[in-house]
Design a protein around this ligand. Sequence first.
Ligand code: HEM
Length: 566
Amino acid sequence: MSGCGDEHAPGKCSVTFTSQSRHAQLIENGARTSRWKSNYTVLTKSIGLCVGQAYQAMSSPAFSTSWVPRVPYARSNQPAPLDHKNSFAPKLVSDSLPIVGSLNFFTQRWDFFQSAASHSPTGQFSFYAGRYPVIGLSGDEGRKVFFESKVLNFTEGYGALIGGSPKTEATAMDKPESANEFADYFTKRLNPLLKRGQFQKHVHTSLQKLADDPTGMANPFDSIYRIVYQITMRIVACNEIASDPKMLATTLKSFETLEAAVSPTFIMFPSLPTKAKLVRAWEGARLYKIFQNIIDDRKKTGRRETDALQSLMDQGDSTLQIITFVLGALFAGQLNSGINAAWIFVYLATSPTWLSRVRTEILTVADKYTPRNNNNSNTNTTPLAQRLHSIPLEAWESEFPTIDLCLRECIRCQSTGAGFRKNTSDNAIPIPGTGNEVIPPGAFVAYHLGDIHFNPAIYPDPSRWDPGRYLPDRAEDQRGKHYYVGWGSGRHPCPGMKFAKLEVTIITAFWAAMFEWENVDAGGRRKVEGEGRPELKTNWNAHTASKPVGEAWVRFWTREGEKVGL
Ligand code: HEM
């Protein structure tokens, strides 16, 4: 494999994704001897194919080399067809076409999962996504296997079924849990960055700019989404981009193009040069180049900044590790955090009860850290938003349980996608409760989060946004194992949760402290909506958290009396 350190490998070498820094070092050495060759390899093998895949990018801390012996098809790039006669794979769905497999998996994902599960006697089923054999899991037992099995590989599952090809002969075969190593690496890098994040300052400044807009109208899926992007860029990446509106816009556009460039044909025919693949290679290369130029410039000129990029460089991380961390954080976090941060405002506008609870919480915490004034009267003229600057990081993390409930419920309502894994072991994995059904070696596995989150038996009236579900008297999420999987569960909990919660909590608190708002149509007319039932609809067939169906507008104005507190 060119440009990936062949010269270091006595045997066959392939590009895989592991968290082994030794491997990253080999890549770096390769890059020094043949920079263009290496860039090209990274571009095609890593950025073009993988950066557009949020989870896979997150799980690829280093574009590393490995040379492992040839292995059976469970580990090969050629998926073997399911053998229903001998392997006890669950029932094959009826709409499986040659070559393309089940088209509804691509076009009507949630409908497809529901229908397939309901037509199988055990609730488990098989289908093909293009040429990939997939076992669809559902129900308590299916969910347990999905989230708990040690031999189901996270990276390879997402790699193939989000778009791109699974990695061949991956070291993950020998160490199925290598993805966790990355999660550890990621958490170690992320946590110190959060400490000096100065979130409040950045959020307040961005919202003040929004307040200057004379129309008093905003699309939260645009403005809040951008604020999340800018903060994420500041916390996990570099000042050069975060402080430059033009670079922010360019990189966000590349990110969105990459994110959108997933087509069924891309998954069905991963080796064909489809348009989606070319777009991803092109945009991925642009992003890669932008970061590489910044790193190179700092190294060449000795210029230093106080930002995440600098601390990663100072810790001796390689360029590839840095870029993988930064892009990985953006791809795993931006969509989920940006979309959910925007939905919170839409939902809160429908619910005076929860908005009032949120405001009470904000005021209580503000009062705790910045009493209204010394003689304890209500005459403090410091704006509430200003007072929020004194709240310490630890308090933002732990003293906003109401906002946390609101976010938790947003995530449940927006969990439209499926999770993926691959059985990379040589053994069939039994699915308990099905008699003898198994996940054959080499098969992919899919679990739709809606199976639990949209289940009316677990979450009554599931399309209604209702944070009270999680209060102790109802505790709908606590009545069974993995009943709430919005932050992942079992073997792959989300390492970005703390960061995402912090971001969303601070944005929500500042927004609610500064503004009143209501959901309106494009002409500014107020929508008539039931509590927790916005007119905007979620596309439950979407593949990830996504912008709502139809245009989303809020009309907002500065809070009366804001200057004297609530
Ligand atoms: C509201 C925001 C977020 C939500 C709802 C969310 C949700 C999730 C979920 C459900 C998983 C598990 C997927 C599975 O089991 O198949 C996951 C994993 C992951 N998330 Fe998040 N996430 C969010 C934000 C972030 C952010 C901001 C980052 C990084 C900065 C991040 C990084 C990751 C990584 C690296 C993994 C893979 C963990 C592993 O390899 O074991 N996430 N996330």
